[in-house]
Design a binder for this molecule. Structure first.
Ligand SMILES: *[C@@H]1O[C@H](CO)[C@@H](O)[C@H](O)[C@H]1NC(C)=O
Ligand SMILES: *[C@@H]1O[C@H](CO)[C@@H](O)[C@H](O)[C@H]1NC(C)=O
Ligand SMILES: *[C@@H]1O[C@H](CO)[C@@H](O)[C@H](O)[C@H]1NC(C)=O
Ligand SMILES: *[C@@H]1O[C@H](CO)[C@@H](O)[C@H](O)[C@H]1NC(C)=O
Ligand SMILES: *[C@@H]1O[C@H](CO)[C@@H](O)[C@H](O)[C@H]1NC(C)=O
Ligand SMILES: *[C@@H]1O[C@H](CO)[C@@H](O)[C@H](O)[C@H]1NC(C)=O
Length: 247
């Protein structure tokens, strides 16, 4: 056989073998090591149930992917982009702010800040607001309506207003966005600019406590997520690992 053909053939077989190796290469032991590492970005660090750069998807809930850019941590929930400002692991609390509202009220990403109840649970300490857009006229009958103007789809001067609570746009307006706001430092006599400041400080959400994971940590394992079974799992240190120092 011609040697270059042979070399091509053996390279091909080698590549094929490499390819076949990939799925089985992440053993329980490797996942234990990988998922022990924390996600770190700027001054945010996170372990289970989060994943992202530095933590493979097998280390966290599929809905809790973190991204890092220029030391800024972001995540998406129900298609809405959030900046992660703080993670309190002991209380399972995330403080997040909507990326679109960091730049002002107009125009937002038209989606409500609602959260998957299977992953998150409600917290006390937020106040709900609805920003209503594209109104023919801001109704005057609502108590304390605060109105503003936005350019939406190149149409200037579209009026909008703010209403407390979780509301829809009503008949006179075209869209609405529901956003919680943290009540910490919230001025009692709020106005447009204080509300815009408060949106930048974000609000809190709490992720659900995972009993399986608690059992796992107490048995010196590391929690992860089995994407096939679609549930959290436990990676234990293998026989070749050095003895575990409990965290
Ligand atoms: C993280 O850093 C940002 C700016 O770099 C700062 O505003 C924020 O207070 C810091 N957060 C914590 C929890 O230290
Ligand atoms: C991120 O923060 C680190 C440490 O605070 C700093 O050394 C680095 O330059 C920052 N990177 C960017 C892109 O801002
Ligand atoms: C705000 O909305 C959330 C989600 O719908 C709800 O659980 C919470 O009770 C509301 N908070 C207030 C103060 O109405
Ligand atoms: C937000 O929720 C309200 C109902 O609470 C709904 O009427 C409105 O259309 C929703 N907005 C978007 C952008 O989905
Ligand atoms: C808005 O409220 C804040 C805090 O209550 C206050 O400092 C500020 O002067 C107010 N701005 C306007 C334009 O009324
Ligand atoms: C995984 O389970 C969650 C609820 O725990 C469910 O909402 C989601 O659709 C499931 N995903 C898949 C791929 O089955």
């Amino acid at each position: 056989m011609n040697s270059s053909v042979f070399s091509f053939f053996s390279d091909f077989v080698f590549l094929l073998l490499l390819f076949i190796q990939i799925p089985s290469s992440l053993s329980n032991d490797d996942l234990f090591t990988a998922c022990k590492k924390e996600f770190v970005c700027g001054n945010i660090s996170a372990g289970f149930p989060f994943w992202g750069p530095g933590r493979p998807s097998a280390c966290g809930n599929p809905e809790l992917e973190l991204k890092c850019e220029n030391n800024i941590t972001t995540m998406k929930s129900n298609q809405v982009a959030y900046r992660v400002l703080e993670i309190q692991h002991e209380f399972k609390i995330l403080r997040i702010a909507r990326e679109d509202y960091l730049a002002g009220l107009c125009p937002p990403q038209f989606a409500n800040s609602t959260f998957n109840r299977k992953v998150f649970e409600p917290v006390e300490g937020n106040r709900n607001f609805t920003f209503i857009y594209g109104c023919e006229d801001a109704p005057t009958t609502i108590p304390r309506p605060i109105s503003f103007n936005c350019k939406i789809k190149d149409v200037d001067g579209q009026s909008g207003y703010i209403k407390e609570g979780e509301n829809g746009p009503g008949k006179l307006c075209t869209g609405s966005v529901f956003v919680p706001v943290s009540i910490t430092d919230f001025p009692p006599d709020w106005n447009m600019s204080s509300l815009e400041e408060q949106l930048k400080k974000g609000f809190e959400v709490r992720w659900k406590f995972d009993n399986e994971c608690w059992k796992c940590s107490t048995s010196s394992g590391v929690c992860g997520f089995d994407n096939v079974a679609n549930q959290s799992t436990c990676y234990s240190p293998g026989m070749h690992s050095p003895p575990e120092i409990s965290l």
